[in-house]
Design a protein around this ligand. Structure first.
Ligand SMILES: [Cu+2]
Length: 141
């Protein structure tokens, strides 16, 4: 009898943990407008996904030198909605390649901004600097 209760408790505990792990992964949406991504700066957790929507005339490409060391870069097909999973903590800058000249880009903060100092050390200029300012405003720096 006592063994039975323990076994039931163990099964219940394991299934609760499993549910929590599944629930922990969230999908977020970033919507392209004519010249911006909304929201421009977004906080997510490790393992979460982002889906870019309304992408006619746009793409999403991670910005070289502005993602965490060892993280996977991405480049979506022009005009297609796109989903990317973020497996590594840190800050990611991304751009819309046809509209980068008008500073169309965004920032994803996965967990803590662990690579912030590396971004600053890059001495960002132009549109990249504008993204850096938006990151700073978001972080309260
Ligand atoms: Cu665009």
């Amino acid at each position: 009898m006592k063994f039975g209760k323990t076994a039931i408790a163990a099964v219940f505990g394991a299934s609760t943990l499993f549910s929590a792990a599944v629930m922990a992964s969230e999908n977020h949406t970033v919507r392209a407008t004519l010249t911006t991504f909304e929201p421009t700066v977004l906080n997510i957790a490790v393992g979460d996904t982002i889906t870019w929507t309304n992408m006619a005339g746009h793409d999403s490409q991670s910005l070289e030198g502005y993602i965490p060391e060892g993280a996977s870069p991405w480049h979506s097909s022009m005009g297609d909605n796109y989903t990317h999973t973020f497996e590594q903590e840190g800050v990611y800058f991304y751009i819309c390649t046809p509209h980068w000249g008008t500073a169309m880009g965004g920032v994803v903060i996965v967990g803590e901004p662990t690579n912030y100092e590396a971004l600053v050390a890059n001495n960002p200029r132009g549109a990249t600097r504008r993204l850096m300012r938006q990151l700073d405003a978001h972080l309260g720096n």
